[in-house]
Design a protein around this ligand. Sequence first.
Ligand SMILES: Nc1ncnc2c1ncn2[C@@H]1O[C@H](COP(=O)(O)OP(=O)(O)OP(=O)(O)O)[C@@H](O)[C@H]1O
Ligand SMILES: [Mg+2]
Length: 225
Amino acid sequence: MRRFLLGLALLVSSVQALPEHVQQKLDSVFSDPAVRDGFLGIVPCDKGFLKRHGVILTDTTRRHGHVPALPGYIIKGGRHGEKAARRKRTNIGRIAGAEKLRAIVQELGATHVRIPRKWLYHLPGMPSEVCDDNYVVVVERMDIVGHTENKKYMWNLAPAIASELREVLLIARYTSLHSANIYMLADKQTVAIVDTELYPNTPTLESCLRQFKKMVDPATVDALP
Ligand SMILES: Nc1ncnc2c1ncn2[C@@H]1O[C@H](COP(=O)(O)OP(=O)(O)OP(=O)(O)O)[C@@H](O)[C@H]1O
Ligand SMILES: [Mg+2]
């Protein structure tokens, strides 16, 4: 437990502060408890209500949304109404995974792989304990191609990009390896790993590689040095 708390403290201190204008805007939107609880799905409310209060829900599971006044960011809620253990860790898992993946990218000096910045945002009026009821995650929005288009880009990935991405994913033992979580960016030179949660039951290297070859043409992968 002490090791976990120490790890959490180190992690939180290593994450950069949320930009001031984002903090201020979110404070004004989420200071209304009805908006906060509606966004989190704790209290039923329709999308129209949230929209009128400055938040757009973009996902039927009520976990993703954005604030139109903050176009460069996405807001993700955690798990609510689920068992306590799961409900506690989604948000911190997203942040921890993003930091780990970014450290791997930096260590490798990979230039074709990006990890969006993620911040924990404390919901006004909620207790400070780091669990999914009290925070949302603010995510740097990446300029990604559409999902159908992405599948094709991923399948036909250039060897230079495939090689770096394979290294990052294998070192991280990335779990949810598919084209809804890893996207080509508009520059067509860089891919972003947008879903950054890593899970305790890590897959083996072989299983990671098998998944990678379902996303990227195995002929390309097998020809990599
Ligand atoms: N940083 C980002 N920039 C642009 N689009 C994003 C970003 N993050 C997520 N998305 C979009 O939202 C979709 C869902 O994202 P993601 O996979 O992170 O959510 P999820 O599967 O619900 O994961 P999580 O476990 O984090 O809730 C993606 O397929 C992508 O279209
Ligand atoms: Mg996902």
